[in-house]
Design a protein around this ligand. Sequence first.
Ligand code: NDP
Length: 292
Amino acid sequence: MILIDGKRIASEIKTEIKNKISALIEDGKNIPGLVTIMVGNDPSSLIYINNKEKACKEVGIQSVSEKLRSDISQQDLLNLISSYNNRKDYHGMLVQLPLPKHIDENKIIEAISPDKDVDGFHPINIGKLIAGKDAFVPCTPAGIQELLKRYNIETVGKHVVVLGRSNIVGKPVANLLMQKNKYANAIVTVCHSAAHDLNQYTRTADILIAAIGKPEFVKADMVKEGVVVIDVGINRIKDDSHPNGSRVVGDVDFQDVSKKASYITPVPGGVGLMTIAMLLQNTYKAYLINGG
Ligand code: NDP
């Protein structure tokens, strides 16, 4: 069994981006800029935003974080987005989700310029992804494909089974891996909560991607020998043997499934770290698209 080391790959990607930005600075060019917008003070969102800012700093991306009161009006938020759409120094923009109930998330996502949409959630980018055109790909699915690529895991003609159909993971990763190119071209099955007998699908998977948000749900008897397992889940469970009384596990029972897997991502240390690395990569892409 080979452990897919998301930490190492994410660090490689960060170094690559850092080198590209150093070259821009040496040439006296502008540097990529990212604005992150957060509404309210949800503690998890705050951690995500701070991690994103920290990662930007590490590689030399200029970042600004707009932290807004939870009672900001939808119109004021739309006005702020519009002002960043027009700025030349901020090439990428993301709005941290979820948003307070009085704000329509779809309206907000659609207000971000598709050329600055580094989260890849804008309908134009979703449409381009499905059509197989160059697009901003949501960061977690992009990170999954990058891991497969950098570990030379063949996807062409393989049966990929995706557990979960969310708009941020399940659907985009399925669409990404079914595209006709050398890093995809897989036969993809998407499973969700209406599946009657999940095992009949998971047992035929060459590559299993679990994104359902259920701690240690996938067991060894659900997979075949030699399966490649990508565990997207991030679930905090109670564990009194840990100092803070809990620990983070994936959607896959790692101890059990790793006995049968040829490759497997750990949690933590797998897909999670790739998500931020791909955000940096998307920001660099936005810089190029928006003329530097
Ligand atoms: P959602 O809650 O949005 O979606 C979960 C999906 O899983 C739904 O499609 C649901 O089906 C399906 N599902 C739930 N239970 C079952 C079941 N028993 N059998 C089959 N399908 C099931 O989750 P997300 O996609 O947002 O996140 C999934 C997990 O990935 C979470 O643990 C989350 O924390 C983690 N995550 C990790 C990221 C990272 O960077 N590593 C980034 C994003 C998420 P239905 O549609 O029918 O309800």
